[in-house]
Write a protein that binds this ligand. Structure first.
Ligand code: ATP
Length: 496
């Protein structure tokens, strides 16, 4: 009422001024500002359309992706399929009195295939797939997020009806952005209202489907620990599925999916690539196969060879080559440093060096790529000590061959100290089981530095017998830029 009266009198004033030749610019300005404010408040500006994956309007599968397109993640797939069976066999589930599933939360590191799994789940249940990100709901203005949540659920029902589907999957990526513990955010009113609305909508996904459409919410997060407990309580997201980094078998599977349509040379050994990519996510592996294909294209080849994969691995780990050219003296230091790491790595863990390189990538001037024999989930004190020794070997080789150390080892030293701390904190040092907070600082410090010093001495004696080898091979490495693990091992055994 008041708004209409204001608009009416504004219009009258405008016409009056126009008729009597007054300047109407201030009225236009104030009117424009008011209209813009109204648009923002009502959420019309910056409104987002939710992504609807849909191929055919006439009953075709709404997302083509199947669980077969998701590499590894066997446990996650099994858990998901089991949960989705309740939807596919609803009658059976109802007969047993099983409460229908409303939400599934996929939790795990970035790029592990959570979005792929949600799309495959939509396909498996013959559902329309509506996707949104947590950040889509957060605006400065109170109420906008809550309205968007209502729109999202509305879109899910209407799209399912339009596509003649019985199920709709709503996928909310980065759900921690809107589902964080309430009351924690600054300007928390908007966040809280948005989350409350999501809870209301999820509670509304009653046991009988609305107008013949059942909605399943799949959330994805890298930080399940940040979520409001209300969201995780049974009846909302009552299935929590871990989507972890893939193991070696999983990596092999993902690599085979992404090389399916790529021409590979005969020397390509996917098992070896899988073994050397410990710690890579599915997204890293997809990028690796893509980069390898680009390398082949740049070299004018029609097939991707093993060297392309090796180069691509370095690019994915370290970043693109940079135009930073150290002078001859500095390059020699880098070669000596990297060879120090490689020699000790090979002596302590035979077969562990995958490549030694002296080209600049990202922030590094050179690096040694190691490939573990198998994926490791826990480490012993001996393994951690060996890691400290390999980390210190670069600086010690510089000292041994070139007479002094350099700042190039600062990162290595930081990591060596971190590893020594881990040994002490895990109760693997002579101190036995300790509490880091309660132990006197000087005792803790002595234990950590003592561990590092023991490894420093061991590294010195390991390298003392290999000084000539490092001196000789440094020149070769400088001209080759990169030496693969097999060539390096052959040189090392020749020199022994
Ligand atoms: P984020 O947490 O960053 O949103 P996400 O876990 O949702 O990541 P996806 O978007 O599913 O990851 O994966 C990104 C890309 O990585 C996919 O398009 C696919 O190419 C590749 N990928 C990731 N995981 C797998 C997998 N398990 N199998 C095959 N490809 C994968």
């Amino acid at each position: 009422m008041i708004r209409d009266a204001l608009i009416g009198s504004g219009l009258a004033a405008f016409l009056f001024c126009l008729a009597y030749g007054y300047d109407v610019t201030p009225i236009i300005l104030v009117g424009g500002l008011y209209a813009a404010f109204q648009l923002v408040i009502s959420g019309r500006i910056g409104d987002r359309k939710f992504e609807i994956v849909q191929e055919t309007q006439s009953g075709g599968r709404v997302s083509k992706l199947t669980f077969g397109d998701v590499g590894g993640q066997e446990t996650a797939k099994r858990e998901l399929v089991e949960a989705l069976e309740f939807i596919n066999n609803e009658e059976k589930a109802v007969r047993l009195g099983i409460r229908p599933l409303r939400g599934i939360l996929l939790s795990g590191p970035p790029g592990t295939g959570k979005t792929l799994l949600a799309k495959a789940a939509a396909n498996y249940t013959d559902a329309v797939f509506i996707s949104a990100a947590g950040s889509d709901f957060i605006e400065m203005y109170a109420g906008v997020g809550a309205r968007r949540i209502r729109d999202l659920f509305g879109t899910a029902y209407s799209t399912a009806r339009a596509c003649k589907k019985k199920t709709a999957v709503i996928f909310i990526d980065e759900i921690d952005v809107l589902g964080g513990v309430r009351g924690r955010h600054q300007g928390h009113l908007e966040y809280d209202q948005t989350l409350n609305q999501l809870l209301v909508e999820m509670d509304g996904l009653a046991s009988v489907s609305r107008e013949g459409v059942r909605v399943l919410v799949i959330g994805a997060t890298n930080r399940a620990d940040l979520l409001d407990p209300a969201l995780l309580r049974p009846g909302r997201f009552d299935r929590l599925v871990d989507v972890d980094l893939p193991d070696k078998v999983g990596r092999r599977h993902i690599l085979s999916i992404h090389t399916r349509h790529k021409p590979l040379a005969d020397d390509v050994d996917i098992d070896k690539v899988a073994a050397e990519t410990y710690g890579f996510s599915g997204a890293h592996l997809e990028s690796l196969t893509n980069e390898a294909a680009i390398m082949a294209l740049r070299a004018g080849r029609v097939r991707i060879n093993m060297n392309d994969f090796s180069e691509a691995m370095e690019k994915v780990i370290m970043g693109e080559r940079v135009e930073r050219k150290p002078d001859e003296e500095e390059l020699r230091r880098v070669a000596v440093h990297e060879l120090g790491h490689a020699v000790v790595s090979e002596l302590l863990k035979p077969g562990s060096v995958a490549a030694v390189t002296v080209s600049s990538r990202g922030k590094a001037l050179g690096y040694v790529r190691q490939s573990p024999k198998s994926d490791r989930y826990i480490e012993t004190a001996a393994q951690l000590e060996a890691r400290v020794s390999v980390l210190l070997a670069g600086a010690i080789a510089e000292e041994l061959i070139l007479g002094e150390r350099s700042t190039g080892a600062s990162q290595d030293i930081q990591q060596a100290v971190e590893t020594a701390r881990k040994i002490v904190n895990c109760g693997l040092s002579d101190l036995g089981i300790i509490s880091e907070e309660d132990i006197p600082r000087d005792q803790y410090h002595t234990a950590v530095t003592g561990l590092v010093q023991v490894q420093e001495e061991r590294t010195k004696s390991l390298l003392a017998t290999k000084a000539e080898f490092i001196r000789d091979v440094a020149g070769e490495l400088m001209s080759m830029e990169k030496m693969n693990g097999d060539t390096f091992r052959a040189r090392l055994s020749e020199a022994a």
